[in-house]
Design a protein around this ligand. Structure first.
Ligand code: PMT
Length: 399
């Protein structure tokens, strides 16, 4: 039994798919896990607390302010008790409340109060699901680290056909199982070196050339590699975010400094990931004094920076498995594949940065991973969640 001994709160909000929750709880109980059910007031219009009590074998909780229940087990204790809180069905209303941190009933309060993993199984009319407000809220939940399971496609209770059906109980049980399975650490004993953030190429003592990289994607990769058991070196350009605990952080400014640090660490690494947005060019001469305004035009002479990742990938001794990123605004696949080949990489993460809200300096991202003989598309999600998927994909390719 994959879920044996696990503790799951099933939170039911008010949608027609709530009728599937009796089956969901029974299937979870088949796996010998403990299940407690929490219902919103509107959920009770779709399935009765008595039904849920019968299938879960536990009293159903629905109120924050119920003195008799508080005397038994403080409701908020559910937040600490649970290994997983699954909101199924998750209506557009509860998704919006969760995205803004509203806690006006027991279920939404538990969601804010829990250290456990929170997952939602969205279910609503296809038009409501496609609405920009719902999509915006889902992105927020994903970047807050919540898991979004579904929805499925098909005929809906209202007669519409489209995306918005709650996943079937057996599919949700599968998701619970993989979310709660003991974490494996495929990178235990491995060393991973990652570049992140922008580089700054000085023009004079007060000016520089740079870009909008925030470091979030690269720092997410560092956190993910650490989580999967690796010793992590993070070579970071200037960013405003904090590094994850327990990693070896080197601060650099320019591409040349980043290259020196990368080559120092690469040969003792099993994996090298170049996520930094490295300036391709730097000033031919850095002025010693602040450059003064001169006329209507000014010409800067730039020289090419070293290609850090190409140098790492060309190492002949102790070469790490080398992964690049390609931030592109057009012909994404073609340019990414060109870089995979020309830089002699093992894998490249193609990043379409033409879409608002993705890529540089955003919380979310979407990537296509290319190897020489395979590709995988990773849809939009929070950068931390995406980073974990990327690092797992890399780990799966090591001997
Ligand atoms: O930092 P965030 O705000 O989270 O944004 C993340 C990101 C958009 C910066 C990241 O996901 C990303 O796509 N990084 C690569 C950015 C880029 O501009 O790549 P590129 O196409 O210029 O370079 C291709 C590859 O060569 C990259 O792995 C890059 O690190 C590397 N490179 C490039 C130039 C150079 N001189 N040396 C290099 O090593």
């Amino acid at each position: 039994m994959n879920l044996s001994g696990k503790k799951i709160v099933v939170g039911i909000s008010g949608g027609i798919a709530a009728y599937k929750c009796a089956e969901l709880v029974r299937r979870l109980k088949d796996q010998q896990c403990e299940v407690k059910v929490v219902m919103t007031d509107s959920a009770k219009h779709f399935i009765t607390p008595l039904t849920m009590q019968a299938v879960s074998g536990e009293p159903v909780s629905d109120s924050l302010l119920d003195p008799s229940a508080e005397a038994a087990m403080g409701h908020i204790e559910f937040a600490k008790w649970a290994d997983l809180i699954l909101i199924a069905p998750a209506t557009s209303n509860i998704i919006a409340k969760m995205a803004t941190g509203i806690a006006d009933d027991l279920l939404t309060t538990l969601i804010l109060a829990t250290p456990a993993k929170v997952a939602i199984a969205p279910a609503m009319n296809q038009q409501m699901f496609a609405h920009p407000a719902t999509q915006r809220n889902l992105k927020t939940l994903a970047s807050d680290g919540m898991a979004i399971w579904g929805p499925g496609q098909g005929e809906q209770a209202c007669g519409d056909i489209g995306k918005g059906r709650m996943l079937e109980p057996n599919e949700l049980v599968e998701f619970c199982t993989s979310a709660l399975k003991p974490s494996v650490q495929p990178l235990l004993g491995k060393v991973v070196t990652i570049t992140a953030g922008p580089t700054r190429e000085a023009l004079d003592p007060v000016r520089f050339i740079s870009n909008h990289s925030s470091g979030k994607m690269g720092y997410g990769l560092a956190e993910a590699a650490k989580k999967l058991g690796a010793t992590v070196n993070l070579i970071s350009g200037p960013v405003k975010i904090n590094a994850p605990n327990g990693i070896n952080l080197s601060h650099v400014n320019s591409a040349v400094e980043m290259r020196d640090e990368a080559l120092r660490l690469a040969t003792e690494s099993d994996i090298f990931i170049g996520c930094a947005a490295v300036a391709d060019y730097r000033a031919a001469d850095i002025a010693e004094q602040k450059i003064k305004k001169q006329g209507d035009e000014m010409t800067l002479t730039l020289v090419k920076n070293p290609d850090i990742i190409a140098e790492v990938a060309s190492l002949t001794r102790n070469r790490p498995y080398t992964v690049g990123f390609a931030a592109e605004t057009q012909n994404v696949e073609q340019y990414a594949l060109g870089k995979l080949k020309n830089k002699k990489l093992d894998m490249i993460c193609a990043n379409d940065v033409s879409q608002a809200g993705l890529g540089f300096n955003s919380d979310n991202n979407a990537l296509t991973l290319f190897w020489h003989d395979e590709q995988i598309s990773l849809p939009t999600s929070g950068k931390k969640e995406l980073a974990l998927t990327v690092v797992k994909a890399i780990a799966s390719k090591l001997d």
